[in-house]
Write a protein that binds this ligand. Structure first.
Ligand code: NDP
Ligand code: GDP
Length: 324
């Protein structure tokens, strides 16, 4: 019998990579999709005939519970979220409903439908926010700095609580920023690689950007989804930090992306107040030692390789879109 996995957020960056990975492992893959007036399946179109899409919404308990009843999966990966930090100040209540309470809806559905289901929660380094320790590890206290970060702290603790209250195999993966050619255009890496490629092709002449000094520990999403799966294969559910252990500034990101195209970022970049945040997370750098030791996981793609990969993909995408 093939194992069945259910992924919420399958249309997102991580959902698409995780679905590909689980298919390669021989799973039957099911994904939750919410109803939209236009389809947004770009990231999963290439595997759409190999997966089963189930309509539902993290705001709707009935659809969440029924999905589990119908599929009866062995593993559930909760990747659905309002995942953009800046939007979380504009829609704080909605962010809390999806990103925080959504986790409880799913955990409670597991408890009632089949407590043997193994559960992965997509927790975030944004929970560390105003960092209390450098580098950040599983034991570092949280200090979130945005409604998104606060919602993720709730999601983390409700996962721990259901594990301890009901003995569920529930794991919280504390993942640092991870990117790819499938990253949303609003995130800084993709915004930079896409706009730099546009400038190179004469389709744009400037990049408007916010804080150049903030630093992130950026890894490749394809590497990170493997860690999610490894966590659910452990006998004992625990929480893990997944990171590269290195950090780079937004300014360094600009240098690497623009120089990959033989451009000088200083000539094209304008700082714009609109992209500054009410409260900032200045420095994130994770310590993935526990994941290395217990899961045997380590990142394969370096920061420079990642940005190069994204720039090349955006050049190809734009050339195809504009017949260049
Ligand atoms: P994306 O924003 O690319 O994907 C989010 C997914 O959630 C989409 O499939 C989206 O569906 C779905 N979704 C949003 N709201 C709902 C809802 N109400 N009901 C059902 N589905 C919903 O995020 P990523 O793939 O980058 O991230 C995956 C998870 O990991 C998220 O929880 C994120 O917060 C977390 N995370 C990500 C990090 C990163 O660097 N990428 C770092 C740490 C944590 P739709 O396509 O319809 O919008
Ligand atoms: P986050 O870590 O989930 O918030 O990922 P982002 O890619 O959205 O932001 C990473 C960092 O880049 C944050 O500290 C932002 O303040 C900073 N940043 C600087 N300019 C921009 C910008 O134009 N867009 C975004 N999204 N972030 C920016």
């Amino acid at each position: 019998m093939k194992k069945r996995a259910f992924i919420t957020g399958i249309t997102g960056q991580d959902g698409s990579y995780l679905a590909e990975f689980l298919l390669k492992q021989g799973y039957d893959v099911y994904g939750m999709v919410r109803r939209t007036s236009t389809l947004n399946f770009e990231r999963i179109r290439h595997i759409q005939d190999q997966i089963t899409l189930i309509p539902g919404d993290m705001l709707d308990q009935t659809s969440v519970t029924n999905a589990l009843r119908d599929i009866r999966p062995q593993e559930v990966y909760n990747l659905a979220a309002q995942s953009f930090v800046q939007t979380s100040w504009v829609q704080p209540v909605f962010t809390g409903d999806v990103t925080a309470l959504g986790v409880t809806r799913l955990l409670d559905a597991i408890r009632t439908v089949d407590p043997e289901i193994r559960f992965y929660q997509a927790s975030s380094s944004e929970m560390f926010g105003k960092v209390q320790e450098v580098p950040q590890r599983e034991t570092t206290p949280f200090y979130p700095r945005s409604p998104y970060g606060v919602a993720k702290v709730y999601g983390h603790w409700i996962t721990v609580n259901y594990r301890e209250s009901y003995n569920l195999h529930a794991t919280s993966g504390i993942l640092f920023n991870h990117e790819s050619p499938r990253r949303g255009y609003e995130f800084v890496t993709r915004k930079v690689t896409y706009t730099a490629a546009k400038i190179k092709l004469g389709l744009a002449n400037e990049l408007r950007i916010g804080n150049l000094d903030s630093q992130r520990d950026w890894g490749f999403a394809g590497d990170y989804v493997e860690a999610m799966w490894l966590m659910l294969q452990q006998d004992k559910p625990e929480d893990y930090v997944i990171a590269t252990g290195t950090t780079h500034s937004v300014e360094k990101l600009l240098t690497v992306a623009f120089s990959a195209l033989d451009l000088d970022w200083k000539k094209y970049t304008v700082q714009d107040e609109r992209f500054m945040r009410p409260a900032e997370v200045d420095l994130l750098v994770g310590d993935p030692a526990k994941a290395g030791m217990q899961l045997g996981w380590e990142p394969r793609v370096s920061f420079e390789q990642l940005i190069q990969m994204m720039v090349e993909a955006d050049m190809q995408l734009l050339k195809a879109q504009h017949n260049l």
